[in-house]
Design a protein around this ligand. Structure first.
Ligand code: TXA
Ligand code: MG
Length: 327
């Protein structure tokens, strides 16, 4: 096996729709390197999911605990079916939603080529076909699934622009493809079908509960507060800025930065960012991580306006609760 290419001191950012840049990305991936790639949810840090050494490079770049498995990204249903068993409600959901912000966890096929490190030794596997021309192209060109966690240092805020990736991983990844800001802005919804035809919600995300239930029936919630969470990455403290986070704040207190939602008239803070002045949850999700990043470091505490728990508000509140959790 050839050695993984050396990391550049200054990671280049190239347009995700540029043919020469994509060709360069394929060469890097084929050699076992890692490339940050835009998806509709957040930027992913992609590598060849069948190459254990490449996967080790991703864990290292992120400083990620080894026990936390990665999502295998595919370019269509057919490749997914070579990796996991999908039938019944799971298959129906994949057919309806993919490409889109949904990750399915299912029984891993015995002959699946995924490296054990990517699956963290589990006999299940998380699979997703994202709405991303760049990622879909790379999987096809490489003819292999790509393992891709969010392209941020483990535990910190996920990136929704190429510059967010550069800010946290410069010099730790081989290349960044820039596809502009992510349209959804929160990670994919993770649904497990380990028990056949029983859909369990492991992580709320860019696809809402009602959109899923319309296809696959009532979702069971994964029991929380387990010693071993069902989605091992769902540690309580996650998506965390360095500032403290105070939730459900009707108004900022003196000295606090303010992450607003909706009309917020008459509320003053030196550092403020409104997720959506019209109270639109889709807009708020797309701007969530940018807002947290902009306010981080500006004040000791970021006060956050109440966000309704409906629709995409479920994923937004999930991320905010983790950002506010004791560390
Ligand atoms: O939107 C997304 O899902 C983004 C983009 C890049 O696709 N990816 C992402 O990956 O958020 P990551 O690694 O940051 O989060 C994946 C989550 C982790 O919490 C991990 O524990 C969980 O998926 N996961 C992966 N494999 C699993 C499995 N076999 N069973 C349960 N949970 C799993
Ligand atoms: Mg992540």
């Amino acid at each position: 096996m050839t050695a993984i290419p050396a990391l550049p001191a200054d990671t280049p950012i190239r347009p995700a729709n540029d043919a020469a840049a994509l060709e360069m990305a394929v060469d890097i991936l084929a050699a076992g390197g890692c490339v940050a790639v835009p998806t509709e949810t957040v930027y992913g840090l992609a590598c060849d999911a069948t190459n254990g050494e490449a996967v080790a490079g991703i864990y290292q770049a992120k400083g990620r605990p080894r026990f936390n498995p990665l999502i295998a990204h595919v370019d269509g249903l057919e490749r997914a079916l070579g990796l996991v068993d999908l039938d019944g409600a799971a298959l129906k959901l994949a057919r309806t939603v993919w490409p889109g912000p949904l990750t399915l966890v299912a029984q891993r096929k015995l002959n699946s080529p995924i490296s054990d490190l990517a699956a963290a030794g589990l006999d299940t596997l998380a699979v997703r076909w994202p709405q991303s021309d760049a990622l879909t192209h790379l999987v096809r060109a490489l003819d292999r699934p790509l393992a891709a966690p969010s392209a941020n240092v483990s535990g910190s805020i996920s990136p929704t622009t190429a510059h967010h990736v550069k800010d946290s991983l410069n010099g730790r990844v081989h290349m960044i493809l820039d596809g502009g800001p992510c349209s959804v802005g929160v990670e994919s919804t993770i649904v497990s079908f380990i028990t056949p035809n029983k859909a369990t919600l492991l992580r709320p995300g860019g696809l809402t509960r009602s959109e899923i239930e319309a296809v696959s029936g009532t979702l069971t919630d994964s029991p929380s507060n387990l010693d071993a969470p069902l989605a091992p990455g769902q540690l309580t403290s996650h998506y965390a800025p360095s500032a403290k986070v105070r939730l459900n704040a009707d108004a900022p207190r003196a000295g606090e930065a303010f992450l607003g939602f909706g009309a917020c008239q008459g509320l003053h803070a030196e550092h403020r960012f409104n997720l959506s002045s019209t109270g639109d949850l889709t807009e708020a999700a797309a701007r969530l991580f940018t807002g947290l990043r902009l306010l981080d470091g500006k004040a000791e505490t970021i006060a956050v306006a109440p966000i309704p728990p409906t629709g995409l508000g479920e994923a937004i509140n999930d991320r905010l609760n983790r950002a506010a959790a004791p560390r």
